[in-house]
Design a binder for this molecule. Structure first.
Ligand code: FE
Length: 345
């Protein structure tokens, strides 16, 4: 309405003063509104660079992934959000299923993101990659004892494993990955043995599991790779010391590959700046952005051919499970049920 409004000549001077900012805002390029489950510090510098290059302002709302999804749901088509950024494929899949996203595609998007790291229909795209790895105490665990996730159900690991709760989406996605590759029965059997090996009731986040291995509460833990990277690069000497006491192990290298997940983005159904939102995703997938974004988060770029940070290179190369990460979302409810049945708190 305001964009096409014409003031009468007699009122021009006053109206011009009042409407100038609004009229300016109607001209394109303008702005893009982002709901982000990623912390501001890990994303803002990149968004600022996007604004500097394109003139498109970015309005950032950060929050917990589940909370942002609930907010999008409540706001429906009235939501001001144009872009949803999450740190797990599961949440992007949930948003897609709830009809909160719209499909978009472009040659740039398709070239930058491998097919297994994006929604088949273009509802969302991976921006960075992380792996759910093992960390172990080298003084109590011989690396030769480690192999795949399946082996963690062996009684030799009784009271030696730390992991966070089953309410956490990273664990749910990992179990969903198992369901996809080995089916319900084998996964349930594995869960029984795995949970029986816990050294303590699940508690805390992934960093707490690394600290528990370092302090001797358990011998191995399952964590996302970037938490170890974050602790090794931490400004907190205690965190650094704990991380330096553990080693990383890539599970499943003889089989389907380590379980991986993405942080990613999708354009909302309600978007009134869908073109700017697409440009922002494309920008984040550009080679230089990928390098920065992955490194800032201690993650791996999704875009092929980009080297990870020096620290991540020191962990060596790994084989990743080629499963389409959509499957992690599709099998989420089944994974949660299986984890409940196994009494994984
Ligand atoms: Fe995380």
């Amino acid at each position: 309405m305001l964009c096409s409004r014409r003031g009468r000549p007699s009122a021009i001077s006053l109206l011009a003063l009042l409407l100038l900012p609004l009229l300016a805002a109607c001209s394109s390029p303008e702005s893009v509104n982002v709901y982000s489950a990623r912390q501001e510090a890990l994303i803002k510098p990149l968004l600022d660079r996007f604004t500097a290059e394109t003139g498109i302002a970015v309005n950032l709302v950060t929050g917990d992934g589940d909370a942002l999804l609930a907010r999008l749901r409540n706001e429906g088509l009235n939501s001001p959000a144009d872009l949803l950024l999450t740190s797990d494929a599961g949440n992007l899949y949930r948003a897609q299923q709830a009809d909160l996203l719209q499909p978009v595609s472009s040659p740039a998007l398709e070239a930058a993101v491998p097919v297994n790291l994006r929604s088949e229909e273009g509802y969302w795209y991976g921006l960075s990659l992380r792996a759910r790895v093992l960390v172990y105490a080298p003084d109590r665990v011989d690396e030769a004892e480690l192999s795949d996730y399946a082996a963690l159900a062996d009684p030799s690991w009784r009271q030696r494993i730390c992991v966070r709760s089953s309410g956490n989406i990273y664990n749910q996605s990992m179990v969903a990955g198992m369901l996809a590759s080995q089916g319900a029965e084998a996964t349930q059997a594995w869960l029984q043995g795995f949970v029986a090996n816990f050294a303590r009731q699940p508690q805390g986040g992934d960093r707490d599991q690394i600290k528990a291995v370092a302090s001797g509460q358990c011998d191995i833990a399952l964590v996302n790779s970037y938490y170890l990277g974050g602790m090794l690069n931490s400004g907190d000497a205690e965190e650094r010391a704990a991380a330096e006491q553990v080693r990383l192990f890539w599970p499943n290298q003889a089989g389907r590959g380590v379980h991986v997940n993405i942080s990613g983005a999708g354009i909302t159904r309600s978007a009134s700046h869908s073109d700017e939102a697409r440009q922002l995703i494309e920008f984040m997938l550009r080679e230089d952005s990928q390098q920065w974004y992955a490194e800032a988060n201690n993650e791996y770029p999704v875009r092929p051919g980009i080297a990870p940070s020096a620290l991540l290179q020191s962990w060596g190369e790994f084989k990743a499970d080629p499963l389409n990460v959509s499957e992690l979302g599709r099998l989420n409810a089944q994974a949660v049920m299986a984890m409940d049945q196994s009494n994984w708190k």
